[in-house]
Design a protein around this ligand. Structure first.
Ligand SMILES: Nc1nc2c(ncn2[C@@H]2O[C@H](COP(=O)(O)OP(=O)(O)O)[C@@H](O)[C@H]2O)c(=O)[nH]1
Ligand SMILES: [Mg+2]
Length: 609
């Protein structure tokens, strides 16, 4: 059952994306378009529409735009081609609407409006849509249909008059983006001026390889002037155009001067145009332009991911450097802590030692020998003595010098541990800042070309938006976990050692006072066998070390250092997370690479077409 579903899917997929095409140009372009539409490319609707339209355009007319300065004679020329005075000529203020000339059995006008509606009407209404003074529902484009044979294979496009100062507005006109070739109309009086050449240079993209430069109003010059101007203009324009010719619309209007007008040369140009290669070159150019847009988009995304990986590279080398440094400091801290515990013990034992006193003591012993039965003899001796209660009170309650000292040490301990935790946090803070910057920068990244993919951009924005979730959370958890371990060790060290000095003193005092008393008991039993116990200073010190758990912490600070272990584990965990994040980004990059290699292979195929 599952296999059937899978097979169905594969068949459906093949039908949609692996259709075989014939070897014709159109077949090959169709195949390339299908490949570009692979689902993982996430093409925008606009891009898909453009590709479809491009493919259709191979079966449609070529579009030729008439471009020239205001009053150069564009309308006059088009009227001649239409064989009717359809377009208004002369110096009248007009609001420009892109005007298309199509083939039709009769003359009529079709007006397309902003709201998508259109209207078919008589040619005579044209003026009301171009005249500024008449208010009309906003028309977006005008379409003249005329029974002129030339329009059977060519659609002409009237463009706004070009001014010297708006050289680069033409290429941005959407109507001109489907232009296969251009008739560049120039006034013969100022043909070849620098400003005109600049305008041509700015619009080279429109020209392709088969455009023509037409100098109009040749009737204004005599033959030798004409030859001069024509030669000069050819010198300037030949590099941009297939041909440079001089005509006169005025002469062409009159039957008797028609031949002289050179208008037939222009008609010849239209007839001789290799429409097939014009369309094919245009299609190739457009396809290359589209693949370039897709390539740029993909490379932009690649840059975003590389940038993120660079942040992690920085973070990693920062941590490595910082780690060495911190390990050294932790080792020093561990020794300092042990030294502090030892000096507390030293201080306490010195104090205890000073309370070991001597006092007069005596005991009674039954006299031995005949007749001495029942007779007790008093023995006097000097006994060691320690009053643990008095000593304790004197050390901690009658004077607060020691308490103050130890509390200060305890506070210093707290500060050392807080510093240690903030050291661990420091690396994270740096990453945190970088990731938030990354998020701010890319969570709002917008397309800069309407053909780019909405899906790809919105996925990238979503990715950037979730970058704290993706890239900070795990590091934060690791930080929290290890700070907690440090806290636990600090609590232990504090409870069992640094805050435990009163208890350790009490226990040491009672230990020695008991030992003294025991020795006295034995001594009084048999002073020849047993001696009195006088605690040595070193013995007291050892005892305090034990009661303060210093031996236990010596192991935990020096031989099997807990803090060092926590720090090492913290850094290792950070390095692990970094490599996880890197492979996560690599996955994203490999999706991009899949797209990029498809784009590049299509680009190569296009170049070889
Ligand atoms: N002398 C002369 N005048 C012309 C010629 N072609 C057009 N004109 C005139 O030049 C003016 C501007 O022409 P028009 O076609 O409206 O130019 P457009 O602004 O480019 O559409 C009009 O008055 C035309 O009659 C020509 O070949 N010779
Ligand atoms: Mg005009």
């Amino acid at each position: 059952m599952q296999i059937k579903i899978l097979n169905d899917f594969i068949n459906a997929y093949n039908n949609a994306f692996e259709v075989k095409f014939d070897e014709s140009f159109k077949g090959q372009i169709n195949a390339l378009c299908k490949r570009l539409k692979e689902p993982f490319m996430h093409l925008s609707k606009a891009m898909t529409d453009e590709l479809d339209e491009l493919l259709f355009s191979l079966d449609k007319n070529v579009n030729i735009a008439i471009i020239g300065q205001f009053s150069s004679g564009k309308s006059s020329l088009l009227n001649l081609l239409l064989k009717k005075e359809c377009l208004p000529t002369g110096v009248i203020p007009v609001t420009f609407k892109p005007t298309f000339l199509h083939f039709g059995k009769d003359y009529f006008l079709r007006i397309k409006f902003k709201d998508g509606s259109d209207k078919v009407t008589d040619i005579s209404e044209l003026a009301s849509y171009t005249d500024q003074r008449q208010s009309n529902k906003e028309a977006t484009s005008l379409h003249i249909y005329a029974p002129a044979t030339i329009l059977q294979e060519i659609t002409l496009v009237d463009t706004p008059g070009l001014n010297a100062n708006d050289t680069d507005t033409l290429t941005t006109m959407k109507e001109l983006s489907n232009t296969h070739a251009v008739v560049w109309l120039s006034l013969i009086d100022n043909a070849g001026k620098k400003s005109e050449e600049d305008a041509i240079k700015a619009n080279l993209e429109l020209l392709g390889g088969q455009s023509i430069c037409v100098l109009n109003q040749k009737d204004k010059l005599n033959e030798s002037e004409l030859n001069n101007v024509l030669n000069y203009a050819k010198g300037v324009f030949n590099q941009y155009f297939k041909e440079v010719i001089a005509i006169s619309c005025k002469e062409a209007k009159e039957e008797k001067s028609y031949e002289k007008s050179n208008f037939p040369l222009l008609l010849k140009y239209f007839e001789n145009l290799d429409k097939k290669s014009l369309k094919e070159n245009f299609t190739k150019r457009k396809m290359l332009y589209y693949t370039q847009i897709l390539e740029n988009e993909t490379r932009l995304f690649e840059e975003v991911f590389t940038r993120l990986q660079n942040e992690f590279k920085d973070f990693e080398s920062y941590l490595k450097e910082y780690f060495k440094n911190l390990l050294e400091r932790v080792e020093i801290l561990s020794h300092q802590l042990l030294d502090k515990l030892k000096s507390i013990s030293e201080r306490i034992s010195t104090e205890i030692f000073s309370y070991v006193k001597e006092k007069d003591a005596h005991f009674y012993k039954e006299a031995k020998g005949f007749l001495k039965n029942g007779l007790f003899i008093k023995y006097d001796y000097k006994s060691p003595y320690i009053s643990s209660d008095d000593a304790f009170l004197a050390m901690f309650y009658n004077s607060d010098i020691m308490s103050k000292e130890f509390k200060k040490t305890k506070n210093e301990l707290g500060i050392s541990f807080e510093n240690l935790k903030s050291d661990l946090r420091q690396g994270f803070e740096k990453l945190h800042k970088d990731i938030l910057l990354f998020k701010a920068r890319f969570s709002n990244l917008q397309k800069d070309n309407f053909l780019q993919s909405e899906i790809n951009f919105s996925e990238l924005r979503a990715f950037a938006n979730a970058s704290d979730e993706y890239f900070l959370k795990d590091f934060e958890k690791a930080l929290f976990k290890h700070c907690l371990e440090i806290d636990i060790f600090f609590e232990k060290l504090n409870l069992k050692a640094f805050a435990n000095y009163e208890n350790a003193t009490k226990l040491s005092l009672s230990f020695f006072s008991r030992k003294i008393n025991e020795s006295r008991a034995f001594y009084e039993l048999d002073s020849t066998q047993f001696s009195l116990f006088y605690p040595k200073k070193s013995e007291i010190y050892e005892r305090v070390l034990t009661e303060l758990n210093v031996y236990e912490f010596e192991a935990l600070l020096i031989s099997k250092p807990v803090i060092t272990k926590i720090i090492k584990s913290f850094f290792n965990e950070n390095f692990d997370i970094i490599s996880q994040k890197n492979s996560f980004i690599d996955e994203k990059k490999s999706e991009l690479n899949k797209r990029l290699s498809l784009i590049l292979s299509i680009k190569k195929d296009l170049e070889n077409l």
